[in-house]
Design a protein around this ligand. Sequence first.
Ligand code: XLS
Ligand code: NI
Ligand code: NI
Length: 445
Amino acid sequence: MSEDFFTEVTGPIRFEGLGSTNPLAYKVYEPDRLVLGKRMEDHLRPGVCFWHSFAWPGTDMFGAGTLDRPWLAGTDDEMDAARRKMAVAFEFFTKLGAPFYCFHDRDVAPEGRTFAEFRSNLDALADDAAAYQERTGVRLLWGTANLFTNPRYQAGAATNPDPEVFAYAAAQVKHMLEVTQRLGGENYVLWGGREGYDTLLNTDLTREGDQFARFLHLVAEHKHRIGFTGQLLIEPKPMEPTKHQYDYDVATVLGFLVRHGLEGEYRANIEANHATLAGHSFHHEVAVAAATGMLGSIDANRGDPQNGWDTDQFPNSVEDLTLPLYEILRSGGIAPGGFNFDAKLRRQSTDRIDLFHAHIGGLDTLAMALLAAADMLESGELERLREARYAGWQGDLGSAILGGSLTLAELEARVADGSIEPRRASGSQERLENLVNRHIWAVDR
Ligand code: XLS
Ligand code: NI
Ligand code: NI
């Protein structure tokens, strides 16, 4: 089934360069441009998310849907509506020129009355998706199961006080993992939607932690059993919808994995707005993941500095994205992850074409940040200065300490006899900040 919903856009969005005033052209994003020897598209691996763009009508907690999404309006035949939604989504992916997409089971398939019905709806729509992928070349960056919308999950999925809810969530994840595999998905994401608590008064933290670990073990075991070769990813978020979410941030997730013997099975899907909700910068979360082998994939978006919730806006700040991209390049790239636009239109952006403006802007911003980051990495300036700061550790004392050949008492003796006399060195933060800005300002667009 072909669709013609976005009639204002006829062909794929093209690169026209910074001189172009055409709002429907890329100014910086040029998929085939080589950056550090690799195509821009292969660096960024951008993906469109199904939920915000096609499964959300523009509701907020005070108002009804505002967006023009006719397939979401009540209909007698839910499968027809779901097929239309998928047709429009693939029309969008191809017109935008996005190589990837992501979805939750529930974004594409009507729930039906029973799990068996849901599963067969999902299978039918996955067959459609496979045909669209084949025809368009668009690939699945990741799949995931929605374990948070249905009221059954009000008290969590794996961490629910009721084991039957755990079982239900397990069934959903098993099936969606298999659908993801069938569609050639390169990753599978677990966002702990309601894995957390609203109040400690009714919460058994020890028990819920054990349940969660069991769930993650089951998923990893099933991945190996079916031979899924993609990455398993956990998406940290500190709060919302629950008051406190267990997967608070990258460091917390890593600690949990290590404590439960799950290290090596999961990496992180880092979302910019979740980082800021946790009181971190996006740069911090990416850097922690890169430093600990946890870098998996990115949910690209941004929050609003004045609002304390997950506003999921499209990224538009090169300053904010350059350093995260620098960390990513430095650690060898984001593949098999990518940059999924987990971002939604503002509720008043009601024209169909707004979806294009949003993604074009997001892609151009990412592309610009990539260029600045690549330029900075190529110059080697930051790396040299960082290394120089730790130069002392290359000497005898440093290697002896790290090699484990010096005891606390021996260190005391050396300090006491005056042979160790530390001198302070400047951290030169402002100089480094200027250096970063120079690369952003001078980048060859
Ligand atoms: C919500 C999350 C969600 C995940 C996928 O805040 O970002 O969209 O990415 O379940
Ligand atoms: Ni997300
Ligand atoms: Ni989010």
